[in-house]
Ligand binder design. Structure first.
Ligand SMILES: Cc1cc2nc3c(=O)[nH]c(=O)nc-3n(C[C@H](O)[C@H](O)[C@H](O)COP(=O)(O)O)c2cc1C
Length: 343
């Protein structure tokens, strides 16, 4: 029997049955994103995503015709696939809402060489893809993307969608994912927030909640915190992929020469972290903290910190500040104590 001779139900019934069929095939949830000609970011929630080939590493996404995201992908011939984590349901809803200002309401970055926006807070991993082919099928375009870079931002289980609702991979423990898929834990797998590190160490500290700030001037002017007690944390990435945290009094300037000597990394191989780097440490811009839940991070405190008494430092979040005794902080972090401020 050829397919031509197969009987077919009435069109309406077919659509309904097809929806039901596919609803019973749960998937992960992604936001496919790119940039328009004018540089404006666009992105949409997408579950029609699947792997096509390993060599070259190719995936496909199906995007509705006539939408701004597809238009941006067609223009740029490149896009990102942001795989949403379990806590990113609101982002999935936002990027399915048609809201023209969706990017004003979510944290994103565009690291050098990226194909499109990276949703650094909502995605556990992001793939940068260049378009290899676009096929028009009915009311959607099937876009094939060759993955040229994949970055892991968080070690959180993926968000799932199926049976017309969102779900979280059971059991909710993140380790289960690695075990089920056989994926080995990456070295930077566990990102515990700085506040959770302090809590689990039983340290005495308080958290001040306030409007989001971006730097020292905000901390002084918007929050009225005393300059002499503000602790500045600078985050650096090394060319080899390592992280360095440098903590010093907010009023002082870091000496790159001294810092690079202390950490034994040439100055040219040290760069200040961007938002994606911070996200990998569980931190937001404006919230860099001297306490880090990720292993393998080198932390240096200028000795002047020891004499600061009670300090205000980053919590990891832009809208919270930690108040803690400097000596407690030093005991807990166990940093290298070395002069890193400029004269
Ligand atoms: C869980 C979920 C998965 C979705 N998957 C797709 C998809 O694979 N392809 C698609 O075209 N639309 C999908 N949508 C709908 C789009 O996200 C929605 O139509 C969005 O507004 C399109 O963005 P645009 O206006 O930039 O085209 C999905 C929506 C949800 C809630």
């Amino acid at each position: 029997m050829t397919s031509r001779s197969l009987p077919g139900p009435p069109p309406g019934l077919l659509a309904q049955g097809y929806r039901q069929l596919m609803a019973a095939f749960p998937t992960g949830v992604a936001v496919v994103a790119s940039f328009e000609r004018d540089g404006r970011p666009w992105g949409m929630t997408c579950s029609a995503l699947c792997s096509v080939t390993l060599d070259p590493p190719t995936l496909l996404v199906c995007l509705r015709n006539g939408g701004p995201t597809l238009a941006a992908v067609r223009h740029r011939r490149a896009f990102t696939v942001n795989l949403l984590h379990r806590d990113a349901r609101a982002t999935a809803e936002l990027f399915a809402s048609g809201d023209p200002d969706r990017f004003a309401r979510t944290r994103w970055s565009a690291p050098a060489g990226s194909a499109g926006p990276h949703l650094v807070a909502a995605a556990h991993a992001v793939a940068d893809c260049r378009v290899s082919r676009i096929c028009q099928v009915g009311d959607h375009a099937v876009v094939f993307g060759e993955v040229y870079r994949a970055v892991q931002h968080h070690r959180l289980a993926p968000l799932l969608y199926g049976l017309h609702r969102y779900a979280i991979w059971p059991p909710p423990g993140d380790r289960a994912v690695g075990m089920v898929t056989g994926v080995p834990e990456p070295p930077h797998s566990v990102v515990v927030s700085p506040v959770d590190v302090l809590r689990s160490a039983g340290a005495e500290f308080t958290v001040l909640t306030h409007q989001p700030i971006v730097g020292q001037a905000d901390a002084e002017q918007l929050l009225g915190l005393p300059t002499g007690q503000l602790l500045k944390t600078m985050v650096f990435r090394t060319a080899a992929g390592g992280f360095i945290l440098a903590a010093l009094p907010a009023g002082a300037r870091v000496s790159y020469r001294r810092l690079s000597t202390v950490v034994e990394v040439p100055r040219a191989k040290l760069r200040q972290a961007d938002p994606a780097d911070l996200a990998a440490l569980g931190m937001q811009p404006g919230g860099a903290s001297p306490v880090c839940g990720r292993s393998g991070v080198v932390t240096v405190f200028d000795p002047a910190v020891a004499g600061m008494g009670v300090v205000y430092c980053g919590s990891g979040r832009a809208d919270q500040t930690v108040r803690i005794a400097a000596e407690v902080l030093i005991q807990l972090v166990g940093p290298r104590l070395a002069a890193i401020t400029a004269d």
